[in-house]
Design a protein around this ligand. Structure first.
Ligand code: NDP
Length: 424
């Protein structure tokens, strides 16, 4: 019996909220809040007749901690589930600390305005010291570790699929399959087709920023020292034959969980992340980038300030509307190379999810589903005390077993292959 404040009511949050309502014994009360309360209320009205979970709604602009503090003080939740955008992470963490409430999210912090000089100074230093230039990294949220520890509060970062389940798979492989893991390849394949020439499967601004950034991976030199290797965006391509999806082109991207896994998987030498893209997506993205449409810098247009990427977002299909038209499957998982009982071993742990099955069950496509279900399961781990560890933690730092059990129960069972084709 617990009370969760859920900030965000978009594609991912909708799935998480619907799943919370199927588990009223844990989520006995939820409050759905975002800037546009009417969206939260519409969802609440749809769900109320069929759930025991008591649902209330609120308007909140979570860009400012004081707004979140006010709402937390009124609602008194046991956990704040941040399923808004990564821009709000720090404000919501500040509010949780001030009010003494546990925190979770699905994506690590990045600033909305990457031209902010204060942020830029820290970013430039990090690029030089760490060697990767993606706009997102864990340093901002890891800086809260001590404060959360001292307050006796748990902050769970990145409880989606990747980040999230990908790290639980790593913890599971280390616990049950390996003595040491040397190499990890995280493969994210979306074999879905929505019929549009160009659309993004989750928030376009966040998605396009991630994909247009230089790629990078973790590697280890001959002296055993780990370091980042950065490459131009989309410059490493591989072709892989995915179970139940087929052959797809995939590209090496920077991804946030590489950063935490490099710290938390002892002895790991190389970690890479690949995501599949069709040619049409890449052609459109390159063209939009070339003409400046991915820029976050406001421009004056007919007397008004317009942020090009936000204008583009308004033109693109709403990711939440892709559900009815998306067919095909996702296949997301990790291939491991390492040692067990002194012998070399390879192992592939993955989930296959069908877009139309997700739509039939919850009215969402599989990208929102595969993120929203782990968000709900992560929240459940914190609320039931299974993942209760004061501080700021990523998913691989917790026992994967109860989380993986919950994933299976709520729609994301895993599959394993003991002789996978490796990525060269
Ligand atoms: P959407 O754009 O569909 O939804 C975002 C939601 O956040 C909206 O309901 C919006 O409502 C709310 N919001 C935005 N700004 C504010 C604010 N200032 N205050 C309060 N609420 C706000 O995004 P998605 O559902 O696609 O993505 C949600 C999160 O999931 C993102 O952080 C994304 O990066 C992450 N994600 C993680 C994945 C993973 O595997 N780990 C995969 C995919 C996504 P309103 O406008 O009413 O405020």
């Amino acid at each position: 019996m617990a009370r969760a404040l859920i900030i965000g009511c978009g594609a991912v949050a909708t799935v998480a909220i619907k799943k919370c309502c199927t588990c009223s014994e844990v989520f006995s009360e939820i409050c759905i809040a975002s800037r546009h309360r009417e969206n939260c209320e519409k969802l609440a009205q749809e769900l109320r007749p069929n759930t025991k979970t008591v649902i209330t709604t609120a308007a909140v602009d979570a860009d400012k901690a004081e707004n979140v503090v006010k709402l937390i003080k009124e609602y008194k939740p046991d956990l704040v589930m941040n399923i808004a955008l990564p821009y709000q992470d720090l404000a919501i963490m500040d509010a949780c600390l001030e009010c003494g409430v546990n925190y979770m999210d699905t994506a690590n912090y990045e600033p909305e305005n990457i031209d902010d000089p204060e942020w830029r100074k820290v970013y430039d230093k990090r690029c030089k010291e760490q060697g990767f230039s993606a706009y997102f990294d864990y340093s901002w949220q890891w800086a809260y570790k001590e404060k959360f520890e001292k307050a006796g509060l748990t902050a769970l970062l990145g409880s989606g699929f990747d980040p999230g389940v990908s790290q639980a798979y790593c913890a599971y492989a280390l616990k049950h399959q390996f003595d040491t893991i040397e190499e990890i390849d995280i493969l994210d394949c979306n074999g879905g087709d929505h019929g549009y020439k160009f659309a993004t499967n989750f928030n376009p601004e966040i998605n396009l920023r991630e994909v247009s950034a230089p790629g990078s991976y973790w590697d280890t030199d001959e002296n055993g020292k780990g370091h980042w290797v950065e490459i131009p965006a989309m410059s490493i391509k591989r072709v892989y034959n995915f179970d139940q999806v087929g052959q797809k082109d995939m590209y090496l991207l920077h991804h946030e969980e590489i950063e935490s896994l490099a710290q938390n998987i002892p002895g790991v030498k190389r970690i890479r992340f690949f995501m599949t893209f069709g040619q049409s997506y890449l052609d459109h993205m390159r063209c939009l980038e070339d003409v400046g449409m991915l820029s976050t810098q406001p421009i004056k247009f007919q007397g008004q300030d317009i942020v090009p990427i936000q204008f583009l977002k308004a033109l693109l299909p709403d990711p939440a509307s892709l559900g009815p038209r998306t067919v095909g499957k996702t296949n997301i998982g990790c291939i491991f190379k390492g040692k067990k009982d002194g012998k070399d071993k390879t192992y592939y742990l993955y989930n296959v999810c069908d877009h139309q099955e997700c739509y039939k069950e919850l009215g969402s496509q599989a990208i929102a589903y595969t993120t929203g279900v782990p968000a709900m399961c992560g929240a459940m781990m914190v609320l039931t005390g299974k993942w209760n560890k004061p501080g700021v933690h990523t998913v691989e730092e917790f026992d994967p077993d109860p989380f993986m059990e919950a994933l299976t129960k709520y729609g994301l069972p895993w599959q394993e292959n003991f002789n996978p084709v490796l990525v060269d």
